[in-house]
Write a protein that binds this ligand. Sequence first.
Ligand code: F6R
Length: 242
Amino acid sequence: MEIVKVDSYEEVSQKAAESVAGLLHRKQDAVIGLATGSTPEGMYARLVRMYRENEIDFSSVSTFNLDEYLGLSRDHPQSYHTYMHRHFFDHVNVDPERINIPRCGDEPPELVCRDYEKKLKDAGGLDLQILGIGTNGHVGFNEPAAYLYTDTHVVDLAEETIEANSRFFKSREEVPGKAVTMGVGSIMGAARIVLLASGRSKAKAIRDMCSGKITTFVPASLLQLHKDVTIIADREAARLLP
Ligand code: F6R
């Protein structure tokens, strides 16, 4: 694993945007796995700027989002569908037909998961997966547990995740308890993984994921088995690393 320590959130965002742009310069029709949450917001803002300045073109890109809440409509202000359109898709030229976010409407979730996994395989797998990390070491919504799922699946969100994400909702009770997430196998199948971390609250998770030990109770620790992972962490997030 390569660990890139930078001074600030702005630098995390800039380096992350550069890794996406670098891929697109090599491969216009790249397949990119995307994350939501606070951490990648700065990266999306920079990618939008690069697009407006004609530095990158998303017209042939395919995207797969990591996860979506179950029980929120697509147009709910806090759905990841809404998030992605607000921060990214509405401002760049990604072909809507090539945008993939788990559909969490009325369809049976098992069907949604199976279909998502198939689409991912049909697309030829991910060239790049962008990840954030939960304070509990989750990636996507693969929460710490005795076992993890390889493929896209329905998950019960951990209490820490509900607590952490309640900042986006009016109350904790409004945070959905379940989500659909890509599994660790779907994530590990990406040719390259770039994980972004910013702030003190991520320091322990970053230390644990780089510890040289692998445990399903720190799902991000599995990434140590991947041959091309870059962690971009700011000073606060990296502060417990040797
Ligand atoms: C989001 C996702 C999550 C977040 C993680 C960190 O699609 O899959 O794993 O990356 O919860 O969230 P933030 O960036 O809000 O701290």
